[in-house]
Design a protein around this ligand. Structure first.
Ligand SMILES: NC(=O)c1ccc[n+]([C@@H]2O[C@H](COP(=O)([O-])OP(=O)(O)OC[C@H]3O[C@@H](n4cnc5c(N)ncnc54)[C@H](OP(=O)(O)O)[C@@H]3O)[C@@H](O)[C@H]2O)c1
Length: 282
């Protein structure tokens, strides 16, 4: 739809977070919307914690179709919507909300983002998966990997958050093992899959969440961090011969899943990837 402009009938979609200006989601979704000729626009909105309830109430207005949620609101939004699907209930985190006749439904498409990006790279589950981090991204990875038949070990810097994650899943009948990050060498040695679900390596940081000497050929590595693209972790793991999955793959697959929830059609994934890579490289 060349030259398309929003009108007073156009539907509205948002990504909310604090901060949110770094988000490439508006670029990805608007490219898909224009390609499919859908009369809707997707905007980034910085929403501070104290305004979250107000924003959610506004979304009950009839032109809002839904929104994505990013750091730090994924857990808080789960308690503000009317209904949670299994992915949101089992992780306790919402990254996608659909609004239908004023009713808000919460989903967690990061779960599908993890699974689809891994399957696309040829990792189909089973074996041992080591997840570094115990926040929202890690919870999505844990659920995806359990459903893919992996034995999951979570390694986290702070013990408290790891135990909170273990308790959350155990209360829902799901078993996850947790260890301190100081056990990384021992756990990573036996892992078939390693997932970085910490922000370490993001933006100008040149760190890796653990020494890359702990990795070996034959493993798959998913780094959720997508800026810079590729991260130092992905570069070093590729050099060692690992099967690497950069964060942008998870990003586009979770975005495609959200799009399908809102519109009931599959978006053009290749164009979304192309747009994301263009933004990340500029
Ligand atoms: N590609 C995608 O589509 C996608 C989707 C979701 C998330 N992500 C990315 O994944 C990363 C994590 O997001 P999140 O929502 O899970 O964040 P979060 O809820 O804030 O959790 C962050 C986790 O990382 C750990 N951590 C933070 N800094 C650390 C450090 N310096 N050393 C070791 N561990 C550290 C924290 O450990 P403590 O408990 O000890 O604080 C915590 O477990 C972010 O970069 C985010 O952008 C990407």
């Amino acid at each position: 739809m060349v030259g398309w402009l929003p009108t007073s009938d156009s539907r509205l979609l948002f990504v909310i977070g604090d901060p949110v200006s770094h988000s490439v989601s508006p670029a990805i979704h608007n490219r898909a919307l224009r390609r499919l000729g859908i009369d809707a626009v997707y905007l980034a909105l910085r929403v501070k914690g104290e305004m979250l309830g107000f924003f959610v109430s506004l979304c009950r207005l009839n032109r809002v179709l839904g929104f994505n949620v990013t750091i730090p609101h994924k857990i808080a939004v789960a308690s503000l919507v009317d209904r949670l699907d299994d992915s949101a209930e089992l992780t306790g985190c919402v990254n996608t909300v659909r609004v239908t006749s004023g009713l808000l439904e919460g989903f967690n498409t990061d779960v599908a983002g993890v699974e689809k990006s891994l399957r696309n790279a040829g990792f189909n589950g089973g074996g041992v998966a080591a997840v570094i981090g115990a926040g929202g991204g890690a919870r999505a990875a844990v659920l995806a990997l359990l459903s893919m038949g992996c034995r999951v070990v979570v390694l986290n810097r702070s013990r408290g958050r790891a135990l909170e994650l273990e308790k959350h899943f155990s209360e829902r009948g799901l078993r996850v093992e947790t260890r301190g990050l100081d056990h990384a060498q021992q756990v990573l040695k036996d892992a078939d899959l390693v997932v970085n679900a910490t922000p370490v390596g993001m933006e100008s940081s040149v760190e890796t969440p653990f020494p890359t000497e702990f990795l070996r050929r034959g493993q798959t590595l998913l780094d959720m961090v997508y800026t810079p693209h590729p991260t130092r972790l992905v570069k070093e793991a590729s050099e060692k011969g690992l099967n690497t999955v950069p964060g942008v793959e998870m990003l586009i697959h979770q975005a495609a899943e959200s799009f399908e929830i809102w519109f009931g059609v599959k978006p053009p994934l290749e164009e979304m990837r192309d747009e994301a890579l263009r933004r990340l490289r500029s």
